[in-house]
Structures are given as structure tokens and as C-alpha cells.
Design a protein around this ligand. Sequence first.
Ligand code: E4P
Length: 225
Amino acid sequence: MLFLLDSANIKELEKAQEIFPLAGVTTNPSIIAKENRNFFDILQDIRAVIGPDRMLHAQVLGETCEDILKDAETIRSRIGGELYIKVPVTIEGYRAMPILKQRGYKVTATAIYTPGQALLAAQWGVDFTAPYVNRIDNISGMGVTVVKMITDLFSIHHLSTRVLAASFKNLHQVNEISLAGCQAITVGPDILWKIAEHTLTDMSIHQFQSDWKSVYGDGKFVYNL
Ligand code: E4P
């Protein structure tokens, strides 16, 4: 299962990329707006940090098929490398998906709340579908169940589209989703660090250090015994 970072903050990205095995970065208009600077500068900076081979998912803003296509073309002309155009599963978004695929784009169908939406997008041959786990949970839905249904549907119908689960607010959601069989998840920096760290790990290490130092002394490691 691939881990992506759901952030457009360059400092967070640099810090996370150094430590975690990130397969790429996802953005959406809200995440971009939070940075409050030029859209293309942000995407180019992300590309510079992650290099050409890691995935960068960037979302269109157009509300009609024509505008979606123009947005996609503009993004592709400015941002190189492994680029995925995120297209919401609106009626106009569904219209745009097969055209984008015919034109050679990699496409991520986004803002997915139901298995049916994912199935329709997958049949247009999109590369990823992005169901919104926490947002589904927030409307008394079952985010994990929806993701599991989507991954099962793709498998039953032999669809090559992958599932990129998005929208997480806690580790329970991440753990459950990891068992749901999706191929990728994207999480914000806060969740990523929470996955990695644990207070009891720190306490264990503290105890090891203290026991060691009581015998071998401060500043003594294996290499300078
Ligand atoms: C992916 O990029 C999605 O847009 C994102 O994960 C949504 O997350 P949120 O529900 O935390 O805003």
C-alpha cells in the first residue's frame, strides 16, 4: 500500500520525505489555498522536492467539461513528471474523464462518496479513484465500508483502476483502511507523524538509554566503547 502526503506545504513535505517512504503528494483546492501563494509555484516547488518519478495529484477547478480540459492542459503544460489530474465526480467531471484519458492524461477521480461513483469513473479507465473516508464518516456513513466495497468491485469486475483512500482524521480510520485492500492512502502530515510515533516507544528507548548509561556512562555508544 502506497503512502502519499496530502499537503502543499513545502516545509512539511521536505521534513516528511526525508523520513517516510512517500510515493507522492496529493493536493486539492483547499490545501493549495491554505498556502496562499501562486498555484503553479506551489506545484513546481512540490515537483522539485519529490523529483519527476513520484506522483503529484493536482485538481482542476473548471466546472464545465471544457474548462476542466483547459485546466488539465494548463497544469500539464506547466508541471512535468508523474502527474495525475484530479477530476471531481460531477456530471461534467464524468464527461471530461474519457476525453482526458484519450489525450493521454493520468486521471484521479476525486470527491467520491459512493461505490457507484467509483465504478462509473473506473469504467472510463481512470487511474485512481479517491473516496473520502472521514467525510463519509462525518455524514454517518461508513467510510471504511465504502472503500472496501470499491476495492472489491474493482477486483470482481477486473478493473485496473486503483483506490487512493483520502480524507483521514484518526489512526483508527487508517488502520481499518489498510485492511480494506486499497492500493494507496493519502494522509496529512499530522496523521503521518501519528502513524509513526508512539509515546510507549519513546518511553522504552528512554529506559534502554538510562540502563545503558548506568553501566557504560554518558556519551558511550556501540561505536566508541
Ligand atoms: C485528497 O486530496 C482529498 O482532497 C483530501 O484527502 C480531503 O481531505 P479532508 O476531508 O481532510 O479535507
